[in-house]
Ligand binder design. Structure first.
Ligand code: 2BA
Length: 109
């Protein structure tokens, strides 16, 4: 058994949960925050047997889009804020960041 942890964008999360549910994957949805953008994203925990991992990955791929996002940099600490002109920079976010962990034991009480 494996635990798939998938960090997706909020915009994709409902569609992704629905698509996984249609193929009988069980999911837990967590409201999370990205460390870099400090914006909300969604982390899904998906427990499944090893032979279904590829299918789950394909569904994640099909339902998570890459997007460009503008980020306003934070002014430098201790620097002269008067002369600092923040210039938004573009970062590419998503589709999804996925971790796959082996599960030693699984219980439901
Ligand atoms: P955030 O940390 O908010 O990052 C959002 C996007 O900002 C990233 O998209 C990446 O394009 C950019 N970014 C992140 N750190 C950067 C840096 N130091 N310099 C320049 N650009 C940077 P993704 O790579 O698609 O990541 C989307 C979200 O997935 C992340 O949101 C974070 O919540 C999670 N994530 C990504 N890699 C991770 C990792 N190795 N461990 C844990 N969570 C991760």
């Amino acid at each position: 058994m494996k635990l798939i942890i998938a960090v997706a964008q909020d915009k994709d999360s409902n569609r992704l949960v629905d698509a996984l549910g249609e193929e009988n994957f069980k999911t837990t949805k967590l409201a999370t925050t990205g460390g870099f953008l400090k914006e909300g994203n969604t982390t899904l925990m998906i427990g499944c047997e090893d032979e279904y991992v590829d299918e789950a990955l394909q569904i994640i791929r099909d339902n998570c889009s890459q997007r460009e996002q503008m980020v306003a940099p934070i002014s430098p600490m201790g620097g002269n804020a008067d002369s600092y002109i923040p210039k938004p920079v573009k970062v590419e976010v998503g589709g999804a960041t996925v971790f796959i962990l082996p599960i030693e034991s699984f219980f439901q009480f």
